[in-house]
Design a protein. Structure first.
Length: 178
């Protein structure tokens, strides 16, 4: 099964370089334009179904693509961004935040998730896709950290290389799910 993965368009917090997990922010004007550009690229593929995170920034991105290609949009709770707990809205280069990120099985304080927990959600979804949507070509619209975790299903990624994997806003990745 072929599938595509994208990260939502830009938000104000992306521009500020702060951690944005479950805070429900809209796209900026640039983010809306990025979503329209993504829609044009998606029109050149065989995407016929869109699964999106429930967060507004992802839904706005998914709707832009859906308007262009006429695909159904389904909100998929498993695609929600990793929960960063107490580090929400902290600078992405904060030393304490960076230290927590390195421990894949350590939950972020304040009720957050570990990298492993986010990856587990992603892997569960990837295992279910072929049975749930046979013969379809889905686009998964999600978030930066979650997309990074999904990528590890398709590419062996050592811990030290994990955080170098980065999807830009509205970058379109193609994968083969066997």
């Amino acid at each position: 099964m072929k599938l595509y993965v994208t990260r939502h368009g830009e938000t104000a917090w992306n521009r500020r370089d702060v951690v944005c997990g479950r805070t429900d922010l809209p796209l900026t004007e640039l983010g809306l334009a990025q979503a329209e550009e993504l829609a044009e690229r998606a029109a050149q593929t065989d995407i016929d179904l869109i699964l999106t995170s429930p967060l507004l920034r992802a839904r706005q991105t998914a709707q832009a693509v859906a308007r262009r290609i006429g695909a159904e949009v389904i909100v998929e709770p498993l695609l929600i961004e990793q929960d960063f707990g107490a580090f929400e809205e902290v600078n992405r280069f904060d030393p304490d935040y960076l230290a927590y990120r390195k421990d894949f099985f350590r939950r972020f304080p304040g009720g957050g998730e570990s990298v492993a927990m986010a990856a587990s959600r992603g892997y569960a979804l990837l295992r279910a896709l072929p049975e749930r949507y046979p013969g379809r070509t889905p686009l998964l619209v999600s978030h930066g950290a979650f997309c990074r975790a999904l990528h590890t299903w398709f590419a062996d990624t050592p811990n030290e290389a994990f955080f170098r994997v980065r999807l830009e806003n509205c970058q379109l990745m193609e994968y083969e799910l066997s």
